[in-house]
Design a binder for this molecule. Sequence first.
Ligand code: FE2
Length: 382
Amino acid sequence: MSTTLHPHALLHADEKAPEAQDFMPLLGTDHVEFYVGNAKQAAHFYRTAFGMSLVAYSGPETGQHDRASYVVQQGKVRFVLTTALRASHAIAAQTQRHGDGVHAIALLVNDARQAWAAATERGAVCAQEPTTLRDEQGEVTLASIQAYGDTVHTFVERRGYRGVFLPGYRAIAQDTIARPVGLLHIDHMVGNVGWHQMDEWVAFYERVMGFRLYQHFDDNDISTEYSALMSKVMANGNGYVKFPINEPAEGRRKSQVEEFLDFYDGPGVQHIALATHDILHTVSSLQRQGVEFLRVPHSYYTELEQRIGHIDEPIRDLEELGILVDRDDEGYMLQIFTRPVEDRPTLFFEIIQRKGSRSFGKGNFRALFEAIEREQQARGNL
Ligand code: FE2
């Protein structure tokens, strides 16, 4: 472990004009690490249902005696599924409390020490000091800060690293059970925070990470007869990383964000949106492989063309799969949401195809929330 400040960090800070604002240039999402109760079985689910390939493993056989981690990948989407091997481990306490969920949103940077120093100077709480890991393939530097709840952001600097993931991981030559479905990259990752905490976390992303407000929705946009939420979408300087932040809003019944906070026992990642170029193919493959999606009523599709105008995809096909569509002045987008991927009503996934639109499907909120509420009702949580 080395804690010397890289000289580039100093140059960088001096050279940046204040108006450039991007004191934390992010190259994109490096990976997402989940803490789960049983990583071997979780990896099987992401491989056979979501079609990801197992590419690397770390555990007792590789010298990591307190945990096991499986790295699964499809396109640029890379998930790490980690489990504790003993009850006394801190990871076991987290999965006991939250169930399976996202622990780390790892962001690729050119200089992890500089990013960590910039964030902590601006008030971020350190989760892990900069640490350089080495093996015969090269070295990777990692550093983490606390985000909402027990979630962290890890800065990953892997310039020149030639290994499959990180030092200490063993490459898996070929995954014979993965069934890829055309997932390309992460479009956005949504956090649910507690009552009246949204603006605090919006301010955190602005101040600590140099993000800006990209879009926002209030309870007039996102409310049904029963429940409401407020949402602000934060984006980094180059727009590669987008984090919508939700908080519950007052409604007649318990909102989906409250249900999440209740079962996750605090703030956490609500959903991860995965991009595809061919949503009809991706979603029909996922459904065949057992991924369960939310459904909206037939009336959604009878009114669709009137609401959004002509689109390339046959509406009949969209209805068969349950895919939603929304349009703004730049184009349109297609999206669909899975049911929660754990028994707790917490983390779920979105599959999204953008055709010009950079929005988040505001026109679908009502139909979608009503679908979620039907499920909450079935769980007895509305
Ligand atoms: Fe989303």
